[in-house]
Design a protein around this ligand. Sequence first.
Ligand code: PMP
Length: 451
Amino acid sequence: MTTPGIDEDRLARLLERERAAWIEGRPKAAALHERARASQVHGTPHHWVRQFPPPVPLVVERAEGVRLHDTDGHVYADFGLAATAALWGHTHPAVVEALRDQLGRGTITMWPGEDHVWVTEELSRRFGLPYWQFAVSGTDANRFALVLARVATGREKILVFNRAYHGALEPTYVVLTADGVAPEPGVDMGGIDVRRTTEVVEFNDVPALERALAGGDIAAVLAEPVMTNGGAVIRPEPGFHAALRSLTREAGTLLLFDETQTIPAGPGGCVRELGLEPDLIAMGKFVAAGIPAGVYGMSEEVAAVAARYTEHGDGGLGSTLAGGALAVRAMRTVLGEVMTDKAYAHMNRLAERYAGDVAAVIERHGLPWHVGRLGARVSYAFMPEPPRNAGSLYPKPGGSLRAALWLFLANRGIVLNGMSGAALFSPLSEEADVVRHGELFAEVIAELAAV
Ligand code: PMP
């Protein structure tokens, strides 16, 4: 698919040139990738890496501060930050010190410590829900929150917004088509009937939401409060959240917000920024500074259901590894020392500068694109207006443009998110890298713009 404003011939030439330069500069990475093919599917540790733009994966020798050092001796300023898992930087001094100390005190025991209580108290204070439990990832946190919603309502079906991503959860691999709900293109559902498990509507579509909830068979709406997946920031229209809350209440459906990607909005997430009142909140990645972990919070009513559900039997929530001492110490450090108003002020300032640089280049070339920013997260979409919903991002223009931009920047020491091209800003992010990005973005667009 072509990209508005871009000269396709120049784009094809640039992409070829940057791919060749990437491979040529990375003989050790190429050799390692070849070696990995014998013991890893696709020669990558997980399939996302294969879907990222570089023809040979970026092989990281070490990550320090906001720098990635690769095995061939290149150094990059990391704006991808592991899709929020490394939102606080790779080696935040407070986290490193705390984890070094904790390693000498044990990583996991299956017993609680004072850190657990401190963390759940602080989560309640920040996010407003009174009860919290631990999980091993964002995926897990969403899964357990959905289990509780099903138990609380006695209903199986969930509702998600079109083209949302909430982790490795089969009932969410769905899209809205002219014929209704269907498996996400390219995903083999392995026999799961998504029409039974899931309802899908477009974000910001209140009438469709009302129709979908009217049947009284939806256990929970699982949603990002502001949609971030798909390389755009999609904001709720005025009144949308109020309607979502009142419609779910009327239908006896629980409202579950996934803050995994929206936490760059502020130290209490979008829930606090937008004054939202969900029944459940789930999040992962950032909460333990990259130590695998997730948390989910719930209202008094849901907590009572959880207490009943877990009274007897093995239908457990969580896993043996949930709430290990190392992960929880990381959470205490993140919440207590890292995720501060001061840190967010720095992150926001850099994000604003970055977004301004991109917007200026778009304007200079009259490109029909726009820049979206949610606090310390910035992404741009190849369409003139901010999208109302994620469905309007598909079919996606600019697949090869995203790859070309990623490679051009990475060949010059800047790494964006490999999937969406989004940039994140950490307390350790540096202004000089943002300035450098602005210069490089201007250079690459001058080469590619049709006018
Ligand atoms: N929620 C959202 C919004 C996500 O983007 C992701 C993953 N990127 C998850 C949940 C799941 O997190 P994880 O992959 O760490 O389980």
